[in-house]
Design a protein around this ligand. Structure first.
Ligand code: HEC
Ligand code: HEC
Length: 293
């Protein structure tokens, strides 16, 4: 037997490597054939990952962004700033940020400079207790305070393109930052009231927010899958309504679903609810402007 013959690998010794390449082809084929549903659970997409609540008294074992309950095509719209129609309001907000207004002829940018730096992380703390006004304020109310107090300008109407645009712009500067509101100190009373409202049954259907969003998320209600009712993507862009939906409008829609009396936008009860939802979603990343059906 020559040396070369001896070192030529026998068929048997090639089996493991043939099997290996077979398996790797199988793996590639599986990836290609894997249903979109499974691919969507990919750990590399942080928006679908479960977040463990920081507090052990939390009503939910795991937190999920509303993004998790969207179809692949709607996720794709949210994921692309070019395709996401909510970005038109972001752009409007950016223009307004730099536009002088009011009797002071001041722009937001005159005092706050680059929003990228000055507004980064701000939305993750909202709503907050305003020491001067001695009450909780949400982002839209805060923006209007600046207009009235510092710009000597008229407050913007609740669902006007201008206020929604500024809100999306400022909140958008916290994208990717985990929600972390302050619920202690002067915010405590508001938090407790928000929690009570969330858990109280109401309306002709006698259902609480918790009945749907703590106990039934993941289940189908007519054509939609119930989410956990998280607030981290707000204001969201609604494909069905072809416009942004602010969080208080969503509260009104949910009150109407159970035939309960809704509150007006900006109402204290809704700001309390907003604080409770922020705590309940603590650790989820801000996704404003998220996209919904
Ligand atoms: C004349 C200066 C001035 C202008 C103009 C101004 N702001 Fe402010 N803004 C302030 C000051 C000062 C504070 C913080 C002090 C306070 O709490 O009142 C503040 C606070 C804020 C906050 C809260 C920040 C936080 O950390 O909680 C937001 C959001 C904000 N402004 C947005 C805006 C927007 C949007 C505009 C334009 C529509 C604007 N501001 C215009 C001076 C201004
Ligand atoms: C009858 C069931 C039901 C009740 C009760 C209900 N909701 Fe909803 N809620 C829905 C449905 C359906 C949607 C739209 C699909 C989804 O995101 O779950 C929704 C969506 C939401 C969203 C938007 C989530 C997202 O990611 O876009 C929030 C926030 C929310 N609800 C909060 C509340 C609050 C707060 C209450 C109590 C005042 C409440 N809901 C009561 C059914 C309900």
């Amino acid at each position: 037997m020559s040396l070369t013959e001896k070192h030529r690998p026998s068929f048997a010794s090639q089996i493991p490597s043939r099997l290996g390449s077979c398996l790797s082809w199988l793996f590639v084929a599986m990836l290609i054939l894997m249903p979109a549903e499974l691919m969507a659970q990919d750990k590399t997409n942080p928006k679908t990952e479960a977040v463990k609540p920081a507090d052990d008294k939390h009503p939910l074992a795991e937190l999920f962004s509303g993004y998790k309950y969207l179809s692949e095509d709607v996720r794709a719209i949210q994921d692309s700033d070019i395709a996401n129609p909510g970005m038109a309001w972001y752009t409007l907000g950016e223009q307004l940020w730099n536009k002088p207004g009011g009797t002071q002829k001041k722009a937001c940018a005159d005092c706050h400079n680059e929003a990228k730096a000055s507004m980064r992380g701000v939305a993750a703390r909202y709503p907050v207790y305003d020491r001067l006004g001695k009450k909780m304020v949400n982002m839209e109310q805060r923006i209007n305070q600046c207009r009235e107090k510092f710009m000597k300008a008229e407050p913007l109407a609740a669902e006007s393109d201008e206020l929604v645009g500024l809100s999306i712009y400022v909140r958008g500067k916290s994208r990717g930052i985990p929600v972390k509101p302050r619920i202690e100190g002067p915010a405590r009373e508001s938090f407790d009231k928000g929690a009570a409202y969330f858990n109280q049954r109401r309306g002709q259907m006698n259902l609480s927010c918790a009945n749907c969003h703590d106990q039934s998320f993941g289940k189908k209600v007519r054509a939609t899958v119930l989410s956990q009712g998280q607030s981290n993507g707000f204001p969201v862009y609604s494909l069905e309504q072809e416009k942004p939906v602010i969080l208080h409008r969503r509260f009104i829609m949910c009150n109407n679903l159970v035939r309960a009396n809704p509150r007006p936008i900006g109402d204290e009860t809704y700001v309390n609810l907003e604080l409770y939802l922020a705590w309940r979603g603590e650790g989820l990343q801000i996704e404003t402007p998220a996209v919904r059906y």
